[in-house]
Design a protein around this ligand. Structure first.
Ligand code: MSP
Length: 509
């Protein structure tokens, strides 16, 4: 089986999980599930970024040690995985011993090669972004993100990032798919073309982090520490078999705010350490809430646990990936969410499957009919569309265009709804029962393919649909799609029940 390794950013534990965390991990989860069903051996990594001044400050504020603090808060992120039905293969924490070893090993490599040297840092630092800024980068005395900055003067080790400008530009040019979407790729290229400054990679004014080997008064810069998680998880420092199998990563999925760290710093560290570079870094956009920037001070943070509680897990997963083209910024509008639940899910696919299955249950004694051998023009049209879905959806997902993949699936659902109305099996019941069974066979086969393809997005609902269609669990992989396989006739279904409930606002609340 071909390997496929994909990662989420590791999340800072100074805060509760919010929609941003859920969004990045969701996209990875969908891809991980898709690839598994498509015959890959997948490793899907997520975790928490537990060091740095920001976390240390949050622990102090909470009146506990940083370790106790991170133990507690890191658990919130693991809880989110369960609630959102994420299928990660590993959860890494940067406070693990093996991660310390891995960071120190990469540090030693860079140091031995002469790429890290001791000097002195003088400049602006934003704790919130855990990033350094030059005077000219500041906007009204703040970081470009609006975070406060403070003047820092301390001895520091520097990584010779400036020397990697040309190798990075050459790499971007030789690997046009390395950074996506295209607009973001252009931004990175223009940033790097503008020249790179050497990067301060150690701090001495706090101690919550990985000590620099041989100089424990220095703590490694949190981003060097954090980025290294992607190879720690494969036990690269112990020459683990997983490193051999899964590195370089197929995809680092990140939010647009942290693209620079992944598309500039990380590849430079890796080149310097003579390790292969990841194949792709994709930056998604940011959500706003009903038109407003999401911020704690505005009190409009969207809690994914509440969304799941109110609307359902699969509904939330579907909405987040269907509503906004992946890679663009998007606005969370409650009424649009409800609209999608009722129209795309309850009406389009929910009704299609419910009325088809009920009809079979009532009129064919619940025995699944076969897909006919002799197809009429309309049957063929619908089946050709269903058979072609895997290829088009795969192409979209490989480009992280989840919204496009979903649109294509819904086009087939719409075609099936037109087909059922046009063929009117209820009218055929008396006049031509053989044709009625054929029409139902074509419909059920279309629903089967759609349900198999929807597993990565809505695992529970797709499972229920496939259960109702009596598709066994070993018949749900993508090698069963595309016309090479058909619905197995003759199995007896149970009385079907609706899989996609309507959502109505509770008038009393
Ligand atoms: N610890 C670093 C990542 C290190 S990776 C080696 C970090 N952590 S974070 O907790 O701040 O990450 C948050 C993630 O959530 C980022 O991918 C960010 O883009 C994403 N989002 C934060 N707010 C968001 C929205 N409002 N909308 C969508 N995603 C957002 O950065």
């Amino acid at each position: 089986m071909k390997p496929y390794y994909l990662t989420t950013p590791i999340y800072y534990v100074n805060d509760k999980p919010h929609i941003g965390h859920a969004y990045t991990t969701l996209a990875c989860d969908v891809l991980a599930r898709f690839k598994r069903l498509d015959g890959y051996s997948v490793k899907f990594l997520t975790g928490t970024d537990e060091h740095g001044q920001k976390v240390q400050a949050a622990a102090e504020k909470a009146g506990v040690s940083p370790q106790e603090f991170t133990d507690t808060v890191s658990q919130n992120f693991r809880d989110l995985l369960v609630v959102m039905n994420f299928s990660n293969d590993q959860f890494i924490r940067t406070t693990e011993i093996r991660h310390y070893k891995s960071c120190q090993a990469i540090w030693k490599r860079l140091m031995d090669k002469g790429f890290i040297t001791l000097d002195k840092y003088e400049g602006w630092y934003s704790v919130r972004d855990e990033a350094f800024f030059t005077e000219t980068e500041l906007v009204d005395g703040k970081a470009p993100t609006g975070a406060p900055v403070s003047w820092v003067e301390e001895p520091s080790y520097f990584f010779n990032l400036s020397e990697w400008q040309q190798p990075l530009l050459d790499y971007y040019e030789a690997n046009p798919d390395f950074i996506a979407p295209e607009s973001k790729r252009k931004e990175v290229i223009s940033f790097v073309s503008g020249g790179l400054k050497d990067l301060s990679v150690s701090r001495t004014t706090f101690d919550w982090g990985v000590p620099v080997p041989g100089h424990p008064e220095h703590i490694m810069y949190v981003w060097l520490d954090a980025l290294t998680n992607y190879i720690t998880a494969l036990d690269w420092q112990e020459q683990g078999a997983e490193f051999e199998k899964f590195w370089p990563a197929d995809l680092h999925l990140v939010g647009k705010d942290i693209l620079r760290f992944h598309a500039v710093y990380w590849p430079a560290f890796l080149m310097a350490a003579e390790l292969p570079l990841p194949k792709r870094v994709f930056a998604h956009g940011w959500w706003t809430n009903e038109g407003q920037k999401i911020s704690k001070s505005l009190g409009n943070v969207i809690d994914p646990l509440r969304l799941v509680d109110e609307f359902g897990c699969d509904q939330t997963r579907y909405f987040l990936l269907r509503e906004v083209p992946f890679g663009r910024d998007g606005d969370f509008v409650r009424s649009s969410f409800i609209q999608r639940i009722n129209s795309d899910l309850a009406n389009d696919i929910g009704n299609l499957s419910q009325r088809t299955l009920s009809f079979v249950f009532k009129n064919l004694e619940g025995i699944l009919p076969a897909v006919p051998n002799l197809l009429q023009h309309e049957d063929e049209q619908l089946l050709v569309a269903a058979d072609g879905l895997l290829d088009t959806v795969r192409t979209s997902y490989d480009q992280q265009a989840f919204h496009d993949g979903l649109k294509q699936i819904w086009e087939v659902v719409a075609a099936a709804n037109r087909y059922i109305d046009q063929m009117a099996p209820w009218a055929l019941r008396k006049t031509d029962p053989k044709r009625m069974a054929d029409v139902l066979g074509v419909l059920l086969e279309t629903i089967r393919q759609v349900a198999i393809l929807l597993q990565p997005i809505m695992p529970n609902s797709a499972e229920q649909l496939l259960d109702q269609l009596k598709v066994k669990s070993d018949e749900r992989n993508f090698d069963r799609l595309g016309g090479s396989d058909r619905l197995i006739a003759g199995r007896k279904i149970d009385k079907p029940s609706g899989v996609f409930p309507r959502f109505s606002e509770d008038e009393t609340s």
